[in-house]
Write a new protein. Sequence first.
Length: 162
Amino acid sequence: MAETTTTAAPAAYDRVVDCGLRPSLCVARDVGALLRDSGLRPTRQRIALGRLLYAKGDRHVTAEILHEEAMRARVPVSLATVYNTLHQFTEVGLLRELAIDGSKTWFDTNVTDHHHFLVEDDNRLMDIPGAHIEVAALPDIPDGMEVARVDVVVRLRKKREA
């Protein structure tokens, strides 16, 4: 049986936890420093998109959702810029990318060890704390490879009446 390890949040994410608010709210207040600490240049567009991402706490967004929010907030960015920014944030550990069914890519502001419920009726994701799911065994890992993480998605739908 292969064991999994938990990937730690980036140091920049840890740094803002000390502000006395939920980490994601602290991030919203200091996105520029978070980006610098993560090795990203804090451009106006990255800061604006970061504030939109983190101001609402832990959440799941697609590029299309964030682009729509940016348009409503009068942040002039293209959908391509939103995609690029989300991928850059993911590469430095500020977001977690979730590919569900290969049809839609979600980005999660909660980068801690956890899993997800997918509510199929309204295509919505909800977090499940990592400690609430136990993976008993994994297949043998091919030579030269290691487990990066295990993502569990539990699909939900409204109960059907009998």
